[in-house]
Design a protein around this ligand. Structure first.
Ligand code: GDP
Ligand code: MG
Length: 332
């Protein structure tokens, strides 16, 4: 496992310097925190492309999870952390749940349900435009069995008429019980504030898990790899299978305050390597430039990004790869 890069934020669980309780005795801090604060873990469950990542971004108010128009590219549990009044809400963006075919798919599915089991509440996200298709029906049947508080979030309401929406909600709540239902558009932000307020009011009482200014819980190396992977897919979505991965293999802070990052893009075949490089390396240069800009923006440092492309055959069966992307390797 590569070491974690230096963080710009305080360690989890500690008060920030400007918090009023920063200079108070320890016991006093804890009593104050428990008396006044709430903290909830919320798992977002939904089929690929229903808008889980977009919703987390809308809730957090800055880019945390990676949004991509390629199905099945969300692989790791990325969290968005929201503070709303005295409540801290920690959102778990689960990889999409779908009929498992290959071993990799199975790992992604079990990752999603692990997220659900760690949560105080499960938010089931459905796509209003897509309706309750077979996949959504299967998810509703599965969440109905989970021993957690469930809420229903119907997303993409900007795409459908009211009667369609109401019929959809009725159908959904016939399949699983929910303590509350919300209709939102993660894209326009419609209904997102209501959802946030409700979750904050319902979060269990308890101390906050993260300092107030900390909005992401993905190690920066991993986040940087996700960003490059997103650029890769946006550029090559038709030509590249989703099995390709990106790893951050080097992260060096330089004296001038900039950071040198090395990443390797792993593909399965030599032909795919050619596609990623492009004629005269044009494609990888474009991808690299886009990724570099976005990583720099997020870590607030100048970035020198070096990309390598390697062919690794059948990586889908290598347990080490699963650990690096934060998934348990299925043993059965
Ligand atoms: P995920 O796979 O569930 O994480 O889905 P994403 O967040 O990556 O979103 C999939 C696609 O749906 C993207 O193209 C989003 O821009 C789009 N999308 C998400 N939320 C909305 C919404 O409320 N309205 C519309 N029209 N599109 C949305
Ligand atoms: Mg996603």
């Amino acid at each position: 496992m590569p070491e974690r890069p230096r963080r710009r934020h305080a360690a989890p669980g500690r008060n920030t310097d400007d918090s009023p309780a920063a200079n108070a005795p320890v016991e006093q801090i804890e009593t104050a925190a428990e008396a006044h604060t709430r903290c909830g873990f919320i798992a977002l469950i939904g089929a690929p492309n229903v808008g889980k990542s977009t919703l987390i971004n809308a809730l957090v108010g800055s880019k945390v999870a990676i949004v991509s128009h390629k199905v099945q590219t969300t692989r790791t549990l990325l969290r968005g952390i929201v503070t709303e009044g005295n409540a801290q809400l920690i959102f778990i963006d689960t990889p999409g749940i779908f009929a498992p075919r290959r071993r990799l798919d199975r790992a992604m599915v079990s990752g999603a349900w692990t997220g659900a089991n760690d949560a105080d509440a499960v938010a089931v996200l459905i796509d209003a435009a897509r309706g309750i298709d077979q996949e959504t029906a299967a998810i509703l049947a599965d969440v109905a069995k989970l021993d957690r508080r469930r809420i229903l979030v119907v997303n993409k309401v900007d795409l459908v008429e009211k009667p369609t929406l109401l019929a959809l909600v009725k159908d959904a709540i016939d399949r699983a019980s929910f303590v509350a239902t919300f209709m939102v558009s993660a894209l326009t932000g419609d209904g997102v504030a209501d959802l946030k307020r409700w979750l904050a009011a319902e979060a269990p009482a308890g101390p906050w898990h993260y300092p107030e200014d900390q909005i992401m819980d993905a190690p920066l190396r991993q986040l940087a790899a996700e960003i490059t992977r997103e650029k890769l897919y946006l550029r090559l979505h038709q030509e590249l299978p989703y099995q390709s991965t990106v790893e951050t293999t080097g992260w060096k802070e330089l004296k001038d305050g900039s950071v040198r990052i090395e990443q390797t893009i792993f593909v399965e075949r030599a032909s795919q390597r050619k596609i990623v490089l492009g004629r005269n390396g044009q494609t990888i240069r474009t991808i690299g430039a886009q990724a570099r800009r976005e990583i720099a923006e997020i870590i607030e440092q100048e970035v020198h990004l070096f990309l390598f492309v390697k062919v690794r055959e059948a990586w889908g069966d290598d347990p080490e790869r699963y650990r690096e992307i934060g998934l348990e390797y299925p043993t059965e």
